[in-house]
Design a protein around this ligand. Structure first.
Ligand code: SAM
Length: 480
């Protein structure tokens, strides 16, 4: 199967161990990207100090929060459907309050209160530290809104509680917001301008995770390669930084190295990379440290130079190929994945063929593929007519998915016969007698449990596979 956004995670209610002194129940559900799931951990941490335990049962909630996504129209429709469900539950629990968090909250602001009568509270992604005040307001029977976007907020001082954790892998946010202004994308409007988190607090979080038994972290941001710490503040204001700030600035390659050295046994991944910002330094750092996984998520969105320009992606197809060639030269066993949008305004059959030929050149290991969805307020919505018929979008999408599926199969088969290090994350979905984990390239592997345990690094001989899962047998512990 092609890899698309993990639908099984969408809408998951998150849950952590109860604190005896807490008296109220928080039900928090998350949609969209990994950043949102990571933000929900920050929210749960803030509200744990306000007397809330998490629950996975909507019917016993005193406060229901839904952390939302605006990236495509469908994501917003899903949330509106959930609000209907919350409304039904509220009939039997009149004291229950409902808050909308995240990108949809930021996009619609107080309009959400007017449109969705069930909603008591609307909180944008930079306002979570204000939740104690906002909750107090709704407790007093008022509606509460905070959608102020910040120049500074990176939640560096909030130690997230790990929700629904396997205890082995964790996300660590390193940047917030995005300055790219891709014409299709709502993120700069919902998550604000780009800012980076203090490397010291990142390292402290990683060290703490190691001590708690975590063995893999994913550094998270909309555009991680653009990470730049110069003492705080927006990325765009770096030009105004002092000479001292510039001389001691930390970029993504530096940060990656610091994290790799701080915890040499911890596996490190990162997401998302943007081709225009990914430097050779980053690739060399990946090659230098064995604990940085050989996997890069490098969205391209289209294979056509004309469409890339219309999307305001600041690179050409040829520059992308150069980057891919460099990555494969420096790290030959790298796995690469993509995001692709099909049916962007004005996309012709020729543009679509360019996308297919780009995919054939790169041969991605995985792909996340979407039909273009016009988002209000974006440059594309303002300047370009959404003129590719739905049927055509669908057909082109199915063609790129079919090609990706073929590549995925070929790429998975390349691991066969090898003995690779796998970090055990938990039980296989299909069998309690098997563990599942991932190799460095992020391919899922399943194998008989024997005496191994979750969190172990084991060497697995890859004997057979489906299109995206390796099936093997453990041959011993990893020496790493
Ligand atoms: N920051 C990353 C980047 O720029 O590559 C990822 C941003 S977004 C959260 C994840 C993916 O959603 C994008 O890479 C893109 O493929 C897709 N996406 C964003 N806006 C979209 C839109 N209006 N319609 C369809 N897909 C969209």
């Amino acid at each position: 199967m092609e890899k698309i956004i993990d639908e099984t995670l969408q809408g998951t209610a998150v849950h952590v161990a109860k604190k005896e002194t807490n008296t109220r129940n928080l039900y928090i559900e998350s949609y969209g990207c990994q950043m949102n799931f990571s933000d929900s951990e920050i929210v749960a941490s803030i509200l744990a100090k306000e007397g809330f335990n998490t629950t996975q049962h909507l019917e016993e909630a005193d406060l229901v929060l839904v952390n939302t996504c605006s990236i495509r129209e469908k994501a917003e429709l899903t949330v509106r459907k959930r609000l209907e469900k919350f409304n039904a539950v509220k009939q039997n629990r009149p004291h229950m309050k409902v808050g909308v968090l995240g990108c949809m909250a930021e996009r619609l602001k107080s309009k959400l209160l007017e449109e969705e009568k069930i909603v008591d509270m609307v909180v944008g992604p930079d306002a979570y530290k204000d939740l104690p005040n906002l909750v107090q307001e709704i407790d007093e029977g008022k509606n509460a809104v905070n959608v102020i976007l910040s120049k500074e907020e990176s939640y560096g001082v909030v130690a997230p509680v790990r929700l629904n954790s396997n205890g082995v892998t964790a996300f660590v946010s390193i940047t917030r917001g995005c300055d790219n202004m891709c014409t299709f994308c709502v993120v700069p409007f919902t998550r604000g301008r780009e800012r980076s988190r203090d490397p010291q607090s990142i390292i402290e979080e990683v060290n703490d995770l190691w001590t708690k038994g975590y063995r893999e972290i994913t550094l998270l941001g909309q555009n991680v390669d653009s990470y730049l710490w110069y003492g705080g503040g927006l990325k765009k204001d770096y030009t105004k930084a002092s000479d001292m700030q510039k001389a001691t600035a930390v970029n993504f390659a530096n940060l990656l190295e610091q994290v790799a050295l701080a915890q040499p046994k911890m596996r490190i991944r990162f997401s998302t990379s943007n081709p225009q910002d990914m430097t050779l330094d980053v690739i060399h750092t990946m090659a230098k440290y064995t604990n940085i996984c050989n996997y890069v998520h490098l969205p391209v969105q289209s294979g056509s130079n004309r469409i890339l320009k219309e999307m305001n992606r600041l690179h050409t197809r040829e520059e992308y190929f150069e980057l891919i060639d460099n990555i494969k030269r420096i790290i030959p066993d790298i796995a690469i994945s993509q995001d692709m949008i099909t049916g962007f305004p004005t996309e012709t059959e020729e543009d679509h063929q360019d996308t297919l030929s780009l995919m054939t050149y790169v041969k991605y290991d995985y792909g996340f593929m979407f039909a273009y969805s016009e988002r209000p307020g974006t440059m594309a919505a303002r300047k370009l007519e959404d003129d590719v018929p739905q049927e055509t979008k669908k057909r082109r999408l199915s063609e790129i998915i079919a090609l990706q599926r073929q590549h995925c199969q070929e790429k998975t088969e390349q691991h066969l016969g090898q003995v690779q290090e796998v970090l055990i994350e938990g039980l296989s979905k299909k069998s309690d007698a098997h563990f599942m984990g991932r190799n460095s390239q992020n391919t899922v592997a399943v194998f008989p449990k024997e005496d191994y345990k979750v969190g172990d690094f084991v060497m697995v001989r890859m004997n057979s596979c489906t299109s995206a899962t390796l099936i093997g047998e453990a041959v011993g512990y990893s020496e790493n």
